[in-house]
Design a protein around this ligand. Structure first.
Ligand SMILES: *Cc1c(COP(=O)(O)O)cnc(C)c1O
Length: 345
């Protein structure tokens, strides 16, 4: 499969911005090349444009060479870069399943692209053939969100494989919640599929949502294109330092993850015993989707008690559904008490 054929013409011919750190990336004693302020305050220098320390650590953790990794200002930036590198505005189209993450339609609109939404089957299962049938010569990207937001389930491997095997367009697998799942990541398949892009993030299981660090794993060819169009200093110094710190404290990560997963099990058990929960969907993520009698009424009731959940009722297959994030044991207890009290009225 020839990836170059998928790249936008103007991007192939692009001369990327060359930053001071691109032109000299060794160690010196005096730096007078970037018009920085010389007085030290911890942040007076531009950050490493290729985040090499963070990538070296990620490479160890994920078992992927640093040359196959791109970091973004959140995975939302990574997704935007993918759109801009491969999709010709007003001409190309992209395909996602429905329901899924709300950024795919927004990015499609910003880039003036048609997003073809293919409905998931009951139980939020993926029918790959339907996505394939929706594609044509102008299809550049297929978005697969697994575990899926807002449903919480992993999408079947054999189905996703069918889309990858088609070798038409790039398949972006958004694994924002993969750390919570027992299923393996698609990272191990990178060598087998030149058209595979895996997106992950430090925002969820790693606890750095406020610092915006997204990860993209793909072939060197794809990473090079994205590197060429990204803003030079897209991940700031503070974020790089904090990312390195949390990635070096893996024990902490594992402890927190374990608590969240135990809390999820507990919440699932408790929710199943509450009469107003009509259905509880299985979750491979750090949230649970539930169906209730009247989502709006329960949402408002909880809000009055200072508890905010997400009302997903307007999404396909999500009539009267609320999405509940797993919080601390105390927060989860408050949510349960809120729903129990609601049951009594
Ligand atoms: C939360 C989330 C992200 C994370 O985006 P960041 O920009 O890295 O915070 C990406 N994809 C999905 C499906 C999400 O739910």
């Amino acid at each position: 499969m020839d990836i170059t054929k998928l790249i936008r013409k103007n991007i192939i011919n692009l001369t990327p911005y060359s930053s001071a750190r691109d032109e000299f990336d060794h160690v010196a004693e005096v730096y007078l090349d970037a018009n920085e302020n010389p007085f030290q305050n911890g942040f007076n220098r531009y950050p490493d444009p290729y985040q090499s320390k963070v990538k070296a650590r990620l490479s160890k953790i994920k078992g992927i060479p640093a040359t196959n990794i791109l970091l973004g200002n959140g995975s939302d930036e990574v997704l935007d870069l993918i759109y801009r590198a491969f999709c010709e505005p007003g001409v190309d189209n992209v395909i996602s399943h429905n329901p899924s993450y709300g950024m795919y339609p927004v990015l499609s609109e910003i880039n003036n692209l048609t997003l073809r939404k293919v409905n998931l089957e009951t139980g939020f299962t993926l029918n790959a053939q339907k996505m394939i049938d929706a594609s044509d010569e102008q299809t550049k990207l297929f978005f697969i969100c697994s575990p899926n937001n807002p449903s919480g389930n992993i999408l079947a491997r054999e189905e996703v494989k069918k889309i990858l095997d088609l070798q038409k367009g790039l398949v972006v697998i958004d694994e924002a919640y993969i750390d919570f799942a027992e299923t393996d990541s698609w990272l191990s398949e990178l060598d087998n599929y030149p058209n595979l892009i895996v997106c992950q993030t430090l925002s969820k299981a790693w606890g750095l949502a406020g610092l915006r660090v997204g990860m993209c794993f793909a072939s060197q060819e794809i990473i090079q294109v994205l590197n060429a169009i990204k803003p030079p200093y897209n991940v700031n110094e503070l974020s790089q330092q904090a990312a390195l710190k949390v990635l070096n404290e893996e024990e902490n990560f594992k402890t927190n993850l374990k608590i969240i997963l135990e809390e999820k099990l507990k919440m699932e058990r408790e929710l199943d015993g509450l009469p107003c929960i009509l259905k509880r969907y299985p979750s491979d993520a750090n949230f649970i989707l539930v169906r209730v009698n009247d989502a709006k009424v329960l949402y408002d009731y909880l809000m009055e008690r200072q508890i905010i959940v997400r009302n997903r009722s307007k999404e396909y297959l999500c009539d009267n559904c609320l999405r509940l994030t797993i919080g601390t044991p105390e927060e989860n207890q408050r949510l349960l008490m809120g729903i129990e009290d609601y049951n009594r009225i």
